[in-house]
Design a protein around this ligand. Structure first.
Ligand SMILES: [Zn+2]
Length: 329
């Protein structure tokens, strides 16, 4: 039986939860859809991941306005994926003056942002239902990891005081993409991980660096967070729950990449690599949200990396369809 492409058959709305995790930190989650985080200070608010469209961002803004009337000055892009960044323009009317991303993310937006936008709009018709509200690509105004202050670049770690709460932002290492950024509220032990960490949802690795991802997860574990807003899945509260999310993501990444390496070593073609990977992945992860959407993209990238392709190949709407026809139809 052929499967509808990516998430094209997923048209039922999700139940959104806006939940307070600590004195200043909130989670905006939706049953496995892309999450956002919110950090509310006495002076300013920061949103971590903007949502897919300005229209969708209006719902997040409305929830924030039930608890604070401060300006939403900062929008953090944890990485370049369209479902997380293209809603950013909505925050300008709420006081946003800074859009923050890592240097790696900035480079990826330049290199493949346009292709990614087109590809993701076709993968996720429900999330991009009001795509006409997207004015174009989202460009950062503050870039972490560069060395040229004249271009808005900030070396190393960025620390932002929102008034009564301090947020640290940095790139902890390659993983879901090569530019992933996290936000960490140390005093409250709350971590906003973006797609570096997921829980009970598909872990998309189509643009990932699988070999390096587990070490990046261990760097996050060393923070000893007591709550986490993952990229997808519910917010996790308590150190044991945070570790569950880290373990879940690590198991996905390691199982997938081990299968790809076996397939490459045995000279299997991509279709055979997919079948080989399914034998391991389906019994463990087969029932989680967005599994069937993610798996063929994941196997494609894992197989490439196992074959020595360091820089993930760019997904275009056309490459998406060709891959899907060969692996999922
Ligand atoms: Zn992503």
């Amino acid at each position: 039986m052929s499967k509808a492409f990516a998430s094209q058959a997923d048209l039922a709305d999700k139940k959104i939860t806006f939940e307070q995790l600590s004195a200043h930190c909130w989670a905006y989650t939706a049953e496995g859809d892309p999450n956002s985080g919110v950090i509310i200070g006495d002076k300013f608010i920061m949103v971590s991941d903007a949502t897919a469209t300005p229209s969708m961002a209006q719902d997040l803004i409305a929830r924030i306005r039930t608890v604070s009337d401060k300006p939403i000055k900062y929008v953090l892009l944890t990485h370049y994926h369209a479902v997380r960044v293209l809603g950013a323009s909505a925050y300008a009317a709420e006081g946003a003056t800074e859009i923050i991303a890592s240097q790696g993310t900035h480079e990826l937006i330049i290199e493949r942002g346009k292709e990614d936008m087109q590809s993701e709009m076709e993968r996720f018709p429900r999330l991009f239902r009001n795509a006409e509200s997207v004015p174009g690509l989202t460009w950062p105004t503050m870039v972490i990891g560069g060395g040229n202050p004249a271009k808005g670049e900030v070396p190393g770690k960025l620390t932002i005081d929102l008034g009564g709460v301090v947020v640290q932002i940095w790139h902890p290492g390659p993983g879901h993409t090569r530019g992933d950024t996290i936000a960490w509220v140390e005093e409250e032990k709350v971590l906003f991980s973006g797609d570096l960490v997921e829980y009970q949802a598909g872990v998309y690795t189509g643009d990932a660096h699988l070999e390096e991802w587990p070490a990046t997860l261990e760097a996050l574990r060393a923070l000893r967070a007591e709550a986490i807003v993952p990229g997808r899945g519910e917010a996790m509260k308590g150190a044991a729950e945070v570790n569950k999310a880290l373990d879940y993501t690590k198991r996905w990444v390691e199982t997938l990449f081990a299968c790809a390496k076996e397939a490459a070593a045995a000279n299997m073609d991509l279709k055979a690599a997919m079948a080989h990977t399914r034998k391991q992945m389906d019994p463990i992860f087969g029932n989680v949200f967005i599994y069937e959407h993610c798996l063929p993209f994941d196997v494609s990238r894992a197989y490439d990396e196992a074959k020595g392709i360091k820089n993930p190949r760019i997904w275009t709407a056309q490459r998406d369809q060709e891959m899907w026809a060969s692996l999922q139809a």
